[in-house]
Design a protein around this ligand. Structure first.
Ligand SMILES: NC(=O)c1ccc[n+]([C@@H]2O[C@H](COP(=O)([O-])OP(=O)(O)OC[C@H]3O[C@@H](n4cnc5c(N)ncnc54)[C@H](OP(=O)(O)O)[C@@H]3O)[C@@H](O)[C@H]2O)c1
Length: 287
């Protein structure tokens, strides 16, 4: 069943132990209309049976994705067309959940954007959008919903980082830095909240076959030719397994843990030029 969000409802923010008694647990997935977010929404909905709130900006693909998951897994889906960089995004999400008698049991902060090419060549607007989405929105949603989870002593947050969070990334500098932030924030909060009934974990995929790379013009980089890309479904299944096993860091696939370890061991004076070599746009068009 696909339900439609109401126009306007008033409710308090992250939730409380009392509020949870009368509401049902739900999954909240940002960037759920395609790619990794859609795959995670599908796997987590199937495994938990919880209603899933699916968030993205463009309503048509989002509603189609919500119908597919509802039909396939027999769960309630709530497509919410929302730009999560809006200042009131957390409030809108909480309000829509409450209007459906739900609270956020698992928040999956997946929506993210890349930016390929020389840093100095990017517009200020593009950099601001990356920081707003990958850093600011993720942090504020984490803060907002973590309070309710702590009050209920239940649930958790899965932040989608990247293998790129383990090293500086010349030619995707702001993106790699944003993912280092995601890893650092999540690891710190998982420690800070240990033993209080909630879990936080960060997922660190290497390349995944989605439209993400084309969107930032990175298909012209060597890494797209030289590094195998995982399927989004495989990342989602690995995320579920890692979450169930209580991992704080989930490296999906066989290749990613090896690369993550290598990136930790190699001194940056060797690692950073190699990463830059892989990320620099190469081909004749180079637009
Ligand atoms: N693909 C990879 O190789 C890879 C590797 C490591 C980590 N990751 C990370 O995994 C996450 C998902 O990547 P992906 O490859 O699945 O990306 P994608 O295919 O480009 O999908 C991005 C999703 O986010 C939504 N979105 C974008 N901006 C938004 C906004 N302001 N508000 C709400 N929703 C927004 C998009 O829908 P709308 O455009 O309609 O809003 C879409 O549903 C990102 O955090 C990315 O950094 C990706």
């Amino acid at each position: 069943m696909v339900t439609t969000p109401p126009e306007e409802v008033s409710v308090s923010a992250g939730g409380s132990r009392e509020g949870a008694a009368s509401s049902r647990p739900a999954l909240v997935v940002t960037g759920a209309s395609e790619g990794i977010g859609l795959a995670i929404a599908s796997v987590f909905a199937a495994k938990t049976g919880h209603p899933v709130m699916m968030i993205a900006r463009r309503s048509e693909p989002l509603e189609a994705a919500a119908r597919t998951i509802a039909d396939r897994h027999g769960v309630t889906t709530i497509p919410l067309s929302l730009d999560i960089t809006r200042a009131d995004a957390s409030q809108i999400i909480a309000t829509t959940l409450a209007a459906n008698g739900l609270h956020a049991e698992i928040l999956i902060n997946n929506a993210g954007v890349g930016l390929g090419g020389e840093f100095a060549g990017h517009s200020e607007a593009a950099i601001a959008n990356l920081v707003d989405l990958n850093v600011r929105a993720l942090t504020l949603l984490t803060r907002h919903f973590l309070t309710g989870m702590l009050a209920r002593r239940s649930g958790g947050i899965i932040n989608i980082g990247s293998l790129g969070g383990f090293a500086p990334g010349p030619y995707q500098a702001a993106y790699y830095a944003s993912k280092a932030y995601v890893a650092s924030l999540t690891r710190a909060l998982s420690d800070e909240t240990a033993g209080r009934g909630v879990r936080l974990c960060v997922v660190t995929p290497g390349p995944v076959e989605t439209a993400f790379h084309a969107r930032m013009g990175a298909n012209e980089s060597f890494y797209r030719k030289l590094m195998p890309a995982m399927a989004a479904d495989a990342v989602a299944r690995a995320t579920w397994r890692g979450w169930r096993m209580g991992f704080r860091v989930i490296h999906p696939g066989l290749f990613t843990p090896v690369l993550a370890l290598t990136m930790r061991i190699l001194p940056w004076m060797l690692l950073v030029p190699i990463v830059g070599w892989l990320l620099q746009k190469r081909y004749a068009s180079n637009t």
